[in-house]
Structures are given as C-alpha cells and as structure tokens.
Design a protein around this ligand. Sequence first.
Ligand code: ADP
Ligand code: MG
Length: 321
Amino acid sequence: MTEFDFIRKYLQNQQQDHQVVLGIGDDAAIVRPQAGCDLCFSADMLLKKKHFFESITPEDLAWKVLAVNISDMAAMGAKPKWALLSAGLRELDEDWLRRFCNSFFDLAQRFGVTLIGGDTTRGDLVFNVTIIGELPQGQALRRDAAKVGDDIWVSGKIGLAASALNCVLKQCDLPSEIFQQCEAELLRPMPRVALGQAILNVAHAAQDVSDGLAQDIGHILAASNVGAEIWADEVPTLPSLKAVLPREQWLQYTLAGGDDYELVFTAPQNYREALLAAAQKSDTPITRIGKITDTGRLKVVNSVSDGTEIALISLGFDHFG
Ligand code: ADP
Ligand code: MG
C-alpha cells in the first residue's frame, strides 16, 4: 500500500462537515468559522516510549493521540471541530492502519471532529495532531483569569492513569481489578468537552490535567499571579485505590501523576450551585478541592481540618526536568 492509497482509502471518505470548504486532498484545507466565534488552536505530539509503550494496540494509540488534543479544546471551553494528523509510521501495514483509523474516527465522530489534513512520513511511531475549535468570541477559559477567593474544582477522578503506569513500571502493586480500572483511564481518557462548554460563563480560569495536578494548578497560579491551598484528601480518587496504595504513593500519583485529562478550574464561591448544575447537565462529576489565595504559592495540605503541609517529591512531569 502506498502513501496515496492510504490517504484515498482511509482518510478521504469521511462524513462532510458543512463548514469544511475544502477537505483532504489538496495542498491545504479550508474551513469557514461561524460568525461570532473565535478560533482556538492547539497541537500535541506523542512519541513511542515517551507517551506510549510499543506494545500499545493501534486502537488505544489512535484514541490517545486524538483524545489528548480534544482535551485541550475542552480546557478552553471550546467546541473541537477540525484536526490535522501527522504520522511517522515504520511501514504502511494495512491491518494496523485500518484498526488505527477506525478508532481515530470513532472518537472524532463522538465529538463532531472532522479530519481535514495532515502528513504521512516514514518514522518510528511519532504522531502529532493539530486541533482547531470554536469559541463564542472572547469567552475562552484562560489560565490567567483566576481570582483570590475562587474555589478550585476538578472533574472526574485523579491519579488513576498514573497509578496504572507506575504499576506497569513495577513501582507499585495493584490487585488486577483495580489495575484494570486504572489502566482504562490511562489508555482511553475521555475529554471533558461538555463540561468545558457548560462552565464557560461561570468559571474563571481552567486547564486540563495532563502533567500532574499540582504542576498544572501551578500554571494557573503563575499566569494569574495568585496562590492556592489544595486539600489532598478532597481530591477525588478511586476509594479502593486509595485503600491499597501506601499514602505516600497515593499522594504522589494523585497530586503529581498526570495523564488524567480531567479539567481543573477556578470559580467564584457564589457560583457553587450554578457550577454543580452545569456539571450535572454535562453529566460530569466535579469536586471542590481547594481555594485560590493571595500567598503567591501552592500549599498542599492533608485536609480542610488538618493543615499539615504535604511535601511532594515532584509536582509533575517535565520532559526536560
Ligand atoms: P503535500 O505533498 O502537499 O504535503 P500530501 O501528498 O502529503 O500533500 O497529502 C495529500 C493530502 O492528504 C493533503 O490534503 C494532506 O493534508 C492529506 N494527508 C496526508 N497525510 C495525512 C494524514 N496522516 N492525515 C490526514 N490527512 C493527511
Ligand atoms: Mg502540497
């Protein structure tokens, strides 16, 4: 199979999106944004051995490559619309490509994303997705908008993906049932697009949790020039996971593990009811885990009532750290 067979057979025959003026097949794609919308762009790259194991299935790989990008749109409160996929592949194995594409388009369709272009070259399993979304003009959820006194909220459960990864790396032991629940989060994160859009007019700052909760909250603090207090025991977890891991490990994986693709956001205290309603409408559990302070630093304590500060070995993942 040649590069062009692959493009024609697997990439070109997708459902058409009426805003796509020109899709795959020309030198570049053309899209027409809706009036009153800002366009929102992001790219995320995944590399073998850095972001996934070589043994990963093509279905799980395709899912993750796209999901982490959709998650960036969710974090801005944007509706993901169009994606470009650049792939470095060792060979054009038709069975592998069919499985990869089925999973990629399955996820894309769930979120109304159209693949409008990309590039295919020989490489050692490198993937980059560029994603474009739409936002009501001027309403994006930015990192620099947190205010002193805001509550800090997080969606879903945190630390499961990191626990699975550490179990694979033989850093911890998990009973197989718990491992499987955690591994599902690691392999198939579900981006929180509905929540991101539901909190557009309510939340101040937001971002997705990809490199570790503490580090990611730190980005909001730095951009907004504020501090925060986080209550570790309020961070939503899998109770059976928390029960089986030594506390040190649970804290590390939950507060600094990463790969969660949940949303962390800040909002004024008088919006608690509105937020819980928005979360329910988008079918996404959210939990209040702390508050924005004027201290200029992040302080993680055990709980609301036990203010003992927790020192983390690392705040999160850094490729060059
Ligand atoms: P060019 O030579 O201009 O770079 P290509 O021959 O690489 O164009 O690509 C032909 C068409 O196929 C273009 O529309 C390009 O965006 C699309 N395309 C190539 N690879 C991919 C891919 N992996 N995913 C999506 N679209 C792709
Ligand atoms: Mg060209």
